[in-house]
Ligand binder design. Structure first.
Ligand code: PEP
Ligand code: MG
Length: 685
């Protein structure tokens, strides 16, 4: 049956249009855009109804859009497009090719003059680059809208500096004009914008580490290395990554994982390396043998091209060319102003001298977290580490630890050197040991041979290390409680490295900060600290040198926050491990939460991933309590954050408010944190 529609009058049309605008607030694209741009859902939208100006009346009419400065480069010149005898829709829809705005000067000189005067007035009034829409009806100019124009990071820096030079803005205001997150685009490769506009994402994961990558699909870390060696660009696609994949991850242009959240191994390691990563793409159906997968209805095999965007989480079929990152000229100037205004120090999370040097170049003022377990990823070192894990007796473990000691000491010396005497926080071994055990028969056989044990015994040890819930299992300081010899070896490595560095650089004040992870009880902390102090003092005495060091703890278990006053009786500093603190406060597994958080966004229960943006009302409250109570016991207690939130601008602002001393983040997020810290300081004045 054909439905007969009643004639629709102007009023109905108007209300339908108004409703359509309100409805648009809730469409999926708008929800994603808001989440990406920190716009709360609760803001809602508004509708203005106003009389229409007709740009399509005759040839004395027209319409256009314009920017007062170039939104791509920031150059001070009028930019825009214009169409004669047309409506705005014609410009946007692209059915007709518009003329450059300069043409308007020839075709409608009087209106153009008036338009340029309005542009100057608007820019002067808003003291910022304007993005405007206008219509000319029968020779009369109507301004439809003006707003501060969106711009690339490069343009944002230039415009902010130019406005200071033109006397329109102060240095403080210029610092506030640059969106910290946008700096990412200056620090990592990006997709070619024209090619990106034409591309349609076929899937989406979590934007785990910014930048763009394009390469051929490989499924193993070994293939990533081998393909790179023969000159291929690859994207490593894995269910999830593990410590053994590190070299393959390094060899790849980017990493795509099916599982894992914003603090998963893949995300944390990629961010540290400054490499693009999209994690937790649940839509991928990986085949059982891990040699192909289905995404967006298409099967992808090894060697197929894929492009991933670690800033948005988008995944594209085929090749999208990338352009390398270049730090623009005005970057240094804005950063210099930012450093002048911020109170928070900015440190970096770095485990290798290479990452530490990069972070120093980007302005880091120390290392806030060196995850010592990351120093054993390479094939050449993992053997000794596995011997340590699979030791049956204390003696065997000590022998294995003696092999590890020189590596650790050497690494720490290089870190101290790279930091030019700035503070270095070294965290003792943290992860569950089974993460490092061998998997293949070949690796197990090798280990058995090295330890003079039957293969069956090694397999038994590996089975025994298996834990149902390893994140809450035998990890962190619990390892040192069970195996104090680990703390002994790590203390020797840190202190000997510091002594050697101090001897080489007389003017430096090398002051290692030894950080005990996963403390939950004051006595547990004291047990480990006593070992550290005992060994450290012996080493210092034997070297006949003066060396200061501190022993502090991560606060990453709610109970540590609740007992902060007693912990601070012993701990000389606190560093908030908000990855674990978030995990344990919510009871969400940091590796698995990605599977269901999507439903939380859809149902508007959450607007942000709590592993990326600090939950201020819950986790933040624990932090506040820990800082307050900790300082009651130890007024000079210095406090920082080294969870992934330390590089998120909104979380950095919260840390400023809490009165933390520093934030620590991956090297490529250091400039973002510097700018965010300055903005937080300026906005709280
Ligand atoms: C943390 O838990 O926030 C942290 C920095 O430690 P990791 O991510 O290594 O557990
Ligand atoms: Mg942790």
């Amino acid at each position: 049956m054909t439905e007969i529609l009643a004639p629709v009058g102007g009023k109905e049309q108007l209300f339908a249009a108004i409703q359509a605008v309100f409805r648009s607030w809730d469409n999926p694209r708008a929800n994603i855009y808001r989440r990406d741009n920190d716009i709360p859902y609760s803001w809602g939208t508004a509708v203005n109804v106003q009389m229409m100006a007709f740009g399509n009346l005759n040839d004395e009419s027209g319409t256009g859009v314009a920017f007062t400065r170039d939104p791509a480069t920031g150059e001070r010149k009028l930019m825009g497009e214009f169409l004669i005898n047309a409506q705005g829709e014609d410009v946007v829809a692209g059915v007709r090719t518009p003329m450059p705005i300069a043409k308007m000067a020839e075709i409608m000189p009087k209106v153009f003059k008036q338009f340029t005067e309005v542009c100057a007035k608007l820019e002067k009034h808003y003291r910022d680059m304007q993005d405007m829409e206008f219509t000319i009806e029968n020779g009369k100019l109507f301004m439809l809208q003006t707003r501060n124009g969106k711009r690339t990071a490069k343009a944002a820096l230039k415009i902010a500096c130019d406005l200071v030079d033109e006397g329109m803005r102060t240095e403080q205001e210029a610092v506030l004009m640059v969106e910290p997150r946008n700096l990412d685009t200056l620090l990592h490769p990006q997709f070619d914008t024209v090619a990106l506009k034409r591309a349609q994402p076929m899937g989406r994961g979590l934007p785990a580490s910014p930048g763009a990558a394009c390469g051929k699909i490989v499924f193993t870390a070994d293939d990533a290395k081998a393909w790179k060696e023969r000159g291929e660009k690859v994207v490593l696609v894995r269910l999830e990554t593990s410590p053994e994949d590190i070299e393959g991850m390094k060899a790849a242009q980017g990493i795509l994982t099916v599982r894992g959240g914003m603090t998963s191994h893949a995300a944390v390691v990629a961010r540290g390396m400054g490499e693009c990563c999209v994690s937790g793409c649940q839509e991928i159906q990986m085949d059982e043998e891990g040699k192909k997968f289905i995404l967006g209805g298409k099967t992808f095999r090894e060697g197929d091209w894929i492009s991933i965007d670690g800033s948005t989480g988008n995944i594209y079929d085929g090749v999208i060319p990338t352009v390398d990152a270049t730090i623009a000229g005005e970057f240094g100037r804005i950063m210099m102003w930012a450093d002048k205004f911020r109170r928070l120090k900015v440190r970096t999370n770095a485990d290798t001298p290479r990452d530490a040097k990069k972070a120093r170049e980007l302005g880091a003022e120390g290392i806030g977290l060196c995850r010592t377990e990351h120093m054993f990823f390479s094939q050449s070192r993992i053997a000794a580490f596995r011997e340590m894990i699979c030791a049956d007796t204390v003696e065997e473990r000590r022998l294995a630890l003696a092999k590890i000691l020189p590596y650790q000491q050497d690494d720490f010396e290089q870190l101290f050197e790279a930091l030019d005497g700035q503070p270095v926080t070294i965290r003792f071994l943290d992860p569950p040991l089974h993460e490092f055990v061998p998997h293949t028969d070949e690796e197990i056989a090798l280990l058995a041979k090295a330890q003079h044990k039957p293969i069956s015994r090694i397999k038994e040890i590996i089975d025994n290390l298996h834990e149902i819930n390893p994140m809450m299992g035998h990890r962190g300081c619990r390892l040192c409680v069970t195996y104090p010899e680990i703390a002994v070896m790590q203390t020797k490595a840190v202190i000997r490295a510091a002594i050697n560095t101090q001897k080489r650089h007389k003017g430096w004040n090398v002051k290692p900060e030894i950080m005990i992870p996963l403390t939950g009880d004051p006595k547990e902390f004291k047990f480990v600290k006593d070992i550290v102090v005992h060994v450290a003092n012996d080493e210092i005495q034997a070297a006949e040198i003066k060396l200061n060091y501190e022993v502090g703890t991560m606060i990453e278990i709610p109970r540590a926050a609740l007992t902060a006053a007693e912990i601070a009786d012993e701990a000389e500093f606190f560093c908030f491990g908000t990855n674990d603190l978030t995990q344990m406060t919510y009871g969400f597994s940091r590796d698995d939460a990605g599977k269901f958080l999507g439903s939380y966004y859809d149902k508007k229960i959450f607007e942000n991933d709590p592993f990326a943006r600090l939950d201020q009302s819950g986790v933040g409250k624990l932090m506040e309590m820990a800082v307050t109570d900790g300082k009651k016991s130890r007024p000079m207690l210095h406090c920082g954050i080294c969870g992934e939130h330390g590089g998120d601008p909104v979380s950095v602002a919260f840390c400023h408010k809490l009165g933390l001393d520093y934030v620590s983040c991956s090297p490529f997020r250091v400039p973002i944190a510097r700018l965010a810290a300055a903005q937080a300081a300026l906005l709280s004045e």
